[in-house]
Design a protein around this ligand. Structure first.
Ligand SMILES: NC(=O)c1ccc[n+]([C@@H]2O[C@H](COP(=O)([O-])OP(=O)(O)OC[C@H]3O[C@@H](n4cnc5c(N)ncnc54)[C@H](OP(=O)(O)O)[C@@H]3O)[C@@H](O)[C@H]2O)c1
Length: 342
């Protein structure tokens, strides 16, 4: 697939991010039944829904994509409907509302809560554990790709290449612990329901993500803390494509799969490279720790091949986006947090 050197506006960004590569189109030709995306109205869900619709159209098959959220932001719902995603308003914390959702064989579960956990941890625990149980109680005859996070892993030495799926989870703090709780609930039910635990680290959209965070700091001369000195990132279009391609890989019991780019990325190098494009030098403080929250995606690379968009393009696109004042979601990732407190 070919991509432009630079992205100038949101319409182009959305179009590029949701271009279906051939394996996703091929998937739709073989997949039976409709697709239901729970928690669609977030940073990733809108583009995932549109990608699925476009892949179905290109495959020439008859299949619906249904998106479920509270739609606290109405603009997301309007976009989805315009793109061909059928939407249903539902609070997944309400058992009666969940019970009223349509029966669909293919589920992508994206709902969750991270920020604000410090203020009300009980809501985070309910969202990340009670909601999965309610969903599994209803979707007994479906397969589920359940979004999770690399935050379930302990920090690993930087030179190790990151935690593989064999590393025993050892999460720090309520958010990450509740994410392990979410995995455990899905695993408990997965003896009857095929599940894949999609352990993602840091999707890159130009409107948010680790590179957006860094580029804004570089441009505004804000200090970049180097203690969490390394991360893993992946183009959101690639992460979304891999989520759909995980549907046939769901298994009983549940299978964890790490999803991110194939390389450990240095924050110092990413910021320096962004600064080179932006024409300003980053301001750093502190020193890189010997370990970091790192996710090893060799299994996903074996299954799906390398991501279509490489880090060099992501840096170039993000720097330009920030330079031209492209829209931002104003939702920092807080990737630098080492305490587990969000
Ligand atoms: N983005 C990343 O880089 C990243 C990295 C690691 C893991 N993840 C995980 O991947 C998943 C998707 O990521 P994301 O960034 O798109 O998350 P997100 O922005 O938080 O989106 C999730 C959406 O779920 C919906 N939701 C929340 N509570 C709900 C409820 N009670 N009932 C119905 N819908 C509800 C919300 O939309 P409404 O307000 O409209 O309901 C929310 O926007 C999340 O679970 C996240 O933890 C993401």
């Amino acid at each position: 697939m070919s991509y432009p050197d630079l992205i100038e506006d949101e319409a182009t960004l959305d179009e590029i991010m949701t271009r279906p590569a051939e394996p996703v189109v091929e998937l739709m030709r073989g997949l039976e039944g409709d697709i239901l995306i729970l928690g669609i109205n977030g940073k990733m869900g809108l583009s995932l829904g549109r990608l699925a619709v476009r892949a179905i159209e290109e495959a020439g098959v008859d299949k619906k994509v249904i998106g479920v959220s509270r739609f606290s932001d109405h603009a997301g719902r309007q976009k989805l409907e315009a793109w061909g995603v059928k939407t249903i308003q539902c609070d997944l914390l309400d058992a009666d509302e969940v019970a009223g959702l349509p029966e669909v064989p293919n589920i992508i579960f994206m709902a969750g809560r991270k920020f604000g956990t410090q203020g009300s941890p009980e809501l985070t625990w309910a969202m990340n554990t009670l909601v999965p149980a309610r969903v599994c109680d209803v979707y007994k005859n479906s397969r589920i790709v359940a979004f999770s996070t690399g935050n379930v892993y302990p920090f690993t030495p930087v030179e190790s290449g990151g935690a593989t799926e064999d590393v025993t989870p050892d999460p720090v703090g309520d958010y990450a612990q509740s994410c392990l709780g979410r995995e455990m609930i899905f695993t408990y039910y997965s003896h009857n329901i095929p599940v894949l635990l999609f352990r993602l680290n840091y999707a890159i959209d130009l409107r948010y993500g680790v590179l957006n965070d860094l580029a804004q700091k570089v441009l505004n001369g804000k200090v970049i803390d180097l203690e969490m000195g390394y991360v893993n990132i992946i183009w959101q279009g690639d992460a979304n494509a891999q989520a759909l391609r995980c549907l046939p890989l769901c298994s009983s019991p549940a299978r964890p799969l790490n999803i991110t780019g194939p390389k450990t990325m240095s924050i110092r190098s990413l910021a320096t490279e962004l600064g080179r494009h932006l024409g300003c030098a980053p301001v750093f403080e502190g020193q890189e720790s010997k370990n970091a929250l790192l996710n090893n995606s060799w299994q996903a690379t074996e299954l799906f091949g390398p991501p279509n968009v490489d880090v060099e393009a992501l840096i170039r696109w993000t720097a330009h986006w920030i330079k031209i004042g492209g829209p931002s979601l104003n939702k920092p990732t807080h990737f630098e947090v080492r305490s587990g407190k969000f």
